[in-house]
Design a protein. Sequence first.
Length: 337
Amino acid sequence: MGMETIGVGVIGLRMGRGHLVGYQQNPRTQIIGVCDPDEALLAQRKDEFGATVASTDYRDLLEIPEIGIVSVASPDYYHAEQAIAAMEAGKDVLCEKPLTLNMEEAKAIIAAVEATGRRFMIGQVCRFAPGFMLAKRLIDRGEIGKLYFVESEYAHSYKHARGIGDWRVDPRREPVIGGGCHAIDLLRWIAGDVAEAHAYANHECLKDWPVNDFSIGIFTFESGVLGKVMVSIGCIRPYTMRSVFYGTEGTIICDNTSSEIQMCSQKNLTGAPAFTTLPVNIANHNVSAEINELVDCILNDKPVATNVYEGAKTVATCMAVVESARTGKSVRPGDLL
């Protein structure tokens, strides 16, 4: 008897190309359907990945019984509608980050997960970046002692990356939620849930955009750790998510685009503090690893770690940063859930 395979459909074929590659590489999945409003791109991806169905209407994919997993890789404001419809049609879902742009939709997705019992994975892909994974393993086994401060940044120039149809240039899409969710989710994964956020923002770089292009959030975590996230979409520099983790016995510096991480640990010091380097593979946006994890959870009846609740907590923390910057007051993410 051959291995069980799961049919898949992908909605949104620009970001979704990485999903198609991941499904193509996984021996337990078969690409059946693709969907995108751009008919030229739709035809291209259909031929490239051997899909049997191509449609500009995502609902056509949901009517195909052979499709068991749907990837929602469309712009942020479509995530809730498409993910909920897919689960109600009996499909498991891999949804790109952010989960949504507001808490009302996040709660609606949670309700759909609970009502349908379908598996749902949020694509907070930094949890699958090799450098960040190694940093977490080192921290969890005590290589730098007890954490006391963590920081990350999402520095990504959007000046020439407005998205097809300017979908990123939308007043509903605060950069902290749309892109900064990567850095905020990473810190939540490492240090735990945020108890309180205080933030500041300005708008100096992308003057024609309707939202602040720079934000900085200061956090107290429930664990007692303190933290900081910087988000800039107007910066003039190559993309980076440089992150630093400070513990009582050492420090780790890492990125998702570097071939090494740096660690200074008291355990290995014989003199003045110095960093040692540890090599890692570069796998930014490692969607293939996400897909492998989701497929394993489905086939072996295991819970998904990056579930809808994790996605909602990250959105709530992002929203707390936005609200604090707007009001000048501290905000507790838990009050938004």
